[in-house]
Design a protein around this ligand. Structure first.
Ligand code: NAP
Ligand code: MG
Length: 484
C-alpha cells in the first residue's frame, strides 16, 4: 500500500470526522489481479450511518449555501491542487483496487483534478437572467439556488472521475453532499474526500458513507431530507432508484449502461477505425459504459477490417494492470467475471462464432482476453444486452441506412461512432444516431470535462452531467418579480 493510502482512514467521513460504521462491521476488498491480496478493510455501513451523514449535511446546508460561488470555488481549487500532487498515488491505488491498467488510471486521476479546477471557476458565472415585466417596466429576474442536500451514488468503474464529476458541481452550486461510493472501489474515492478535507471544507458539507447499495444507497434514496439523487450504474438498479425517489418528489439524474455501436463505412481509414475499435472495446477490459459493444463494417471493407483487427488484438498487451504497458487488465471482481463469462457462453449458444479470446487467461486473476464474436444474430443476447467486459461483436452491413437502423435497434442510447471520410455520411450519422454522445472518427469512449455528458433512451434520465450542463441538475431556478 502506498504511504498515503496507509494514512488514509478507511472509514466514513461524517460531519468532518472519520468514523467507523455505527455497528463496527467491515468488509475486505481484494486485488482483482491477485485476489489473495487484501487491499484494505472498509466500513460495511447501514441505514443508521446514512442517517447520521444526512443529518450532518442538513445542518451544514445554510452556511455553505450562504457563501458566494467564488468562495466555494476556492475550496475546490485547493482540492484540485491536492489531487494533482497525488495523481500517481491515486492511480496506483485505483489499479490495485479495481484492476484498471495504470496508464488509464493515471489519466483518470489527472482528470479528477481537472474537473475540480473547472468547477472551481463556475462560481464566477452568471446565476440568473434579468427581464422587464410585460405590463410595467419593473424587473423580473431568475436566480439559481442550491437544491439542498444531494445524494450521490457511484459505480466502481470510474472511481475517480465519476465521484468527482458529481461532487464538484454539487458543492460549487451550494449544495451539501452525502456520497456512497461503490463497495468494489472505495479507496480511490477516499483519496478524493481526503483532498477536499485538506482543502478545509467546512464540517458536514461533504459526507461519505461506504456500504452496500441496498442498505446505504436505499436509505439515501428514501430519506425525505435528501432532495436530489444523482446515480450512475446499471439500468435495473437505476430504474428502481428513480421509482423510489420520484415517489418522494425528488429530483433524479441517472447515467446508465450502453450498447454502443461503431460503424465503419466503406471509405473509412481502416487503420484509425481498427485502433479505435480496439481501444473502445478492450481498454479497461471493456468496463466502461461507453465501451464499443457492436462493430458494424461495410461489406466491401469487412474482411480487411477483420484481419487488421485480429492482428491488433494479437499485438495488444494483456495482463498485469500495474505494468504501464498493459492495455487490458482483469475484471473487477469474481461476480463480474462470472457475469462476463456467462455472457460469452450465451453468445456461443446463440450461434455466435468466437474469432478471438473467449477463455479465462490466468488461473488467479479475473482475466479475460479481448474477445470477438461474429455471426451473432441481431436478436441474440449479445446483440441486445450489455456484457460488461472485453467482448465485442462484428456485423456486416450493405447500406448506411441499414447500419444506422440496426445500430439504433436497442433500448440503450449512450455513445456511438462512425468512421468515414465522407462528410455526408458523417452528417447523416449525426442527424440519425440515437445516442447522447456521438463520435466522428474517434472511439465510442472518452469524455472531456467541460462539455455535457449523458445518454438518451434507457441510458440516461434527467439533465446531463459535466461542463456547464451540470448547473441544470444541481440548482433550482426561481423567478423573482421585483416592483419598487
Ligand atoms: P450497479 O450495480 O447498478 O451499482 C451502482 C451503484 O448503485 C453502486 O454504488 C451500488 O452499490 C449502488 N446500488 C446497488 N443497489 C442499490 C439500491 N437498491 N439503491 C441504491 N443504490 C444501489 O452498477 P455497477 O455494477 O457499479 O457499474 C456498472 C454499470 O454502470 C454498467 O451498467 C455501466 O454501463 C454503468 N455505468 C454507466 C455510466 C454512465 O455514465 N452512463 C458510467 C459508468 C458506468 P454497491 O456498492 O452495493 O454495488
Ligand atoms: Mg453491480
Amino acid at each position: 500500500m502506498s504511504e498515503t493510502a496507509a494514512e488514509l482512514r478507511a472509514a466514513n467521513f461524517i460531519g468532518g470526522e472519520w468514523v467507523p460504521s455505527r455497528d463496527g462491521d467491515v468488509y475486505e476488498r481484494h486485488n482483482p489481479w491477485r485476489p489473495s491480496e487484501v487491499i484494505g478493510e472498509f466500513p460495511s455501513s447501514t441505514a443508521e450511518d446514512a442517517d447520521a451523514a444526512i443529518e450532518a449535511a442538513s445542518r451544514a446546508l445554510r452556511g455553505w449555501a450562504g457563501l458566494s460561488g467564488a468562495q466555494r470555488g476556492a475550496y475546490l481549487r485547493k482540492a484540485a491542487d491536492v489531487v494533482e500532487a497525488r495523481v500517481e498515488e491515486i492511480a496506483q491505488d485505483m489499479t490495485r483496487e479495481m484492476g484498471k491498467p495504470l496508464r488509464e488510471s493515471r489519466i483518470e486521476a489527472t482528470r479528477a483534478a481537472a474537473i475540480l479546477r473547472f468547477f472551481s471557476g463556475e462560481g464566477w458565472r452568471p446565476v440568473g437572467e434579468l427581464y422587464e415585466q410585460s405590463a410595467a417596466k419593473s424587473l423580473v429576474y431568475t436566480r439559481r439556488r442550491p437544491v439542498g442536500v444531494v445524494g450521490l451514488i457511484t459505480p466502481w468503474n470510474f472511481p475517480a472521475a465519476i465521484p468527482t464529476w458529481k461532487m464538484a458541481p454539487a458543492l460549487a452550486y451550494g449544495n451539501t453532499v452525502v456520497i456512497k461510493l461503490a463497495q468494489d472501489s472505495p479507496l480511490t474515492g477516499l483519496h478524493l474526500v481526503r483532498a477536499l478535507e485538506e482543502a478545509e471544507l467546512p464540517d458536514g458539507v461533504l459526507n461519505l458513507v461506504i456500504g452496500s447499495g441496498s442498505k446505504v444507497g436505499n436509505a439515501m434514496v428514501t430519506d425525505p431530507r435528501v432532495r436530489a439523487i444523482s446515480f450512475t450504474g446499471s439500468v435495473p438498479v437505476g430504474q428502481g432508484v428513480r421509482e423510489r425517489a420520484t415517489k418522494l418528489s425528488k429530483r433524479v439524474q441517472l447515467e446508465l449502461g450502453g450498447h454502443n455501436p461503431l460503424i465503419v463505412a466503406e471509405d473509412a481509414s481502416l487503420d484509425k477505425a481498427v485502433e479505435a475499435a480496439y481501444a473502445g472495446a478492450f481498454w479497461s477490459a471493456g468496463q466502461k459504459c461507453t465501451a464499443t459493444r457492436r462493430i458494424f463494417v461495410a461489406e466491401p471493407a469487412y474482411e480487411d477490417f477483420r484481419e487488421r483487427f485480429l492482428e491488433r488484438i494479437a499485438q495488444g498487451k494483456v495482463g498485469d494492470p500495474s505494468d504501464p504497458e498493459t492495455e487490458v487488465g482483469p475484471i473487477v471482481s469474481e461476480s463480474q467475471f462470472d457475469d462476463v463469462m456467462s455472457g460469452i457462453a450465451r453468445g456461443r449458444e446463440e450461434r455466435g462464432t468466437i474469432i478471438a479470446g473467449g477463455d479465462r487467461a490466468d488461473p488467479d486473476a479475473y482475466l479475460i482476453p479481448p474477445t470477438v464474436f461474429e455471426d451473432v444474430p441481431d436478436d441474440a443476447f449479445l446483440s441486445c444486452e450489455e456484457v460488461f467486459g472485453p467482448v465485442t461483436t462484428l456485423y456486416r452491413f450493405s447500406s448506411l441506412e441499414e447500419a444506422i437502423s440496426r445500430a439504433n435497434a436497442v433500448p440503450f442510447g449512450l455513445s456511438a461512432s462512425v468512421f468515414t471520410s465522407n462528410l455526408a455520411v458523417a452528417q447523416r450519422f449525426v442527424d440519425e444516431l440515437q445516442a447522447g454522445i456521438l463520435h466522428v472518427n474517434s472511439q465510442t469512449a472518452g469524455a472531456d470535462v467541460h462539455v455535457p455528458f449523458g445518454g438518451s433512451k434507457e441510458s440516461g434520465y434527467g439533465p446531463h452531467e459535466q461542463g456547464r450542463a451540470a448547473i441544470e441538475f444541481y440548482t433550482e431556478e426561481i423567478t423573482v418579480y421585483q416592483d419598487v
